[in-house]
Ligand binder design. Structure first.
Ligand SMILES: [Zn+2]
Length: 366
């Protein structure tokens, strides 16, 4: 599915000349599954993209410039790996779960950073988030920005308990993130360009249509089947943008807190209470606005203990009972489009750090 024969979204020449590895003599690479793909070693890979769903892995693969040959894998490692590159960065795409995620670093011992990418549930009220937008976690010192939390415990005690110490994203990731966000207009057009290229690979990644972006009042429960068939549109919340919906290929990238929620948040009332609770604590602690709760995430719990990571989530539902699979493929493609642009900035940052280790920007870690 990788776009071996296309111009990449970054406008770079997509020839295999950019692949760093021992065997890059292959010229005619129309079929990415041929044995003639470049074969690298396990230590050639320094970045992992980690996902938990098949549709997320498909989107991630579609965001690669090129694929590489698979490498021999231990019988005891059930993770699914796809290897490839974006520009000169060699990337392991791993489909895993919290129980086997550690095996990724055993298989690829040179990994230094990861992007946990895929779909998540957006917090719609007071955030401007629409289906098909993206959320990147805000790093929190001394812990990462993705906070695993327990609703009942938080309500009982009136404060957040951090169950786990997440790895802080590395300086390379933080600097890359700062560069990524610097110009919002450019950011939007870069992500849209990447998204268009991913969508070319498979019709499944198409935008479902803004008319299916339903946000119901928190108390109004889903009635079964498709919302448009069974749910009462009288309970829809008027949108800030006048109900016009977003331009199809122009997702907005938000930055804030992502709460891990085992099994997925599927209740509008509980969602609102949890967000209010966390945001109250946030206000009491004087955290900045970029640490608002923007997203609930069921898939990545436990994935971040093992590598410095950023979490990128495409929003596929509003964490309520109306959540459906309709937006998942598009949201996964949006996450992959954002991750691809982050890689470009990681590469630029790494070049910068080689030339002057102490010249990276201050203040990006908040
Ligand atoms: Zn519904």
């Amino acid at each position: 599915m990788a776009r071996n024969t296309h111009t990449s979204p970054s406008g770079q020449d997509n020839s295999l000349a950019h692949i760093h590895g021992p065997e890059n003599e292959e010229q005619n690479n129309a079929d990415p599954r041929q044995n003639a793909l470049p074969a690298l070693t396990r230590t050639s890979y320094t970045m992992a993209w980690i996902c938990t769903r098949r549709i997320e892995m498909s989107a991630a693969i579609a965001a690669l410039d090129s694929q590489h040959q698979p490498l021999a894998q231990s019988f005891s490692d059930p993770n699914i790996y796809t290897l490839g590159s974006i520009q000169k960065k060699n990337i392991v795409i791993a489909m895993t779960d919290p129980f086997t995620v550690t095996l990724i670093t055993t298989m690829f011992p040179a990994l230094t950073v990861s992007i946990v990418m895929g779909i998540g549930s957006g917090v719609p009220v007071g955030t401007g988030i629409r289906l098909g937008d993206a959320v990147i976690n805000t790093p929190l010192l001394p812990r990462g920005g993705a906070v695993r939390d327990d609703y009942d415990r938080a309500v009982r005690s009136g404060e957040l308990h951090h169950h786990h110490h997440h790895h802080q994203p590395s300086n390379v990731l933080l600097t890359a993130l700062a560069q990524f966000e610097r110009d919002q207009t450019l950011l939007r057009s870069r992500v849209s360009g990447n998204l268009a290229q991913i969508q070319e690979t498979c019709a499944e990644f198409a935008h479902p249509g803004p008319e299916y972006d339903f946000l119901f009042q928190s108390e109004y429960e889903h009635t079964g089947g498709d919302c448009e068939a069974g749910c009462d549109m009288g309970y829809l919340i008027p949108r800030e943008e006048g109900g016009e919906g977003r331009l199809n290929a122009s997702p907005t990238v938000h930055r804030g807190l992502i709460l891990y929620w085992d099994g997925g948040m599927r209740n509008g009332v509980a969602r609102d209470r949890m967000v209010e609770n966390v945001n109250t604590i946030r206000g009491a602690m004087g955290w900045a606005d970029d640490r608002k709760v923007l997203c609930f995430d069921s898939g990545a719990a436990g994935l971040m203990h093992h590598l410095p990571s950023l979490v990128v989530r495409g929003i596929s539902d509003y964490a309520d009972s109306h959540a459906s699979p309709r937006w998942q493929a598009y949201a996964a493609a949006v996450a992959a489009a954002v991750a691809r642009d982050l890689v470009r900035h990681v590469l630029a940052t790494e070049d910068l750090l080689v030339d002057g280790e102490d010249e990276r920007e201050e203040g990006h870690g908040n």
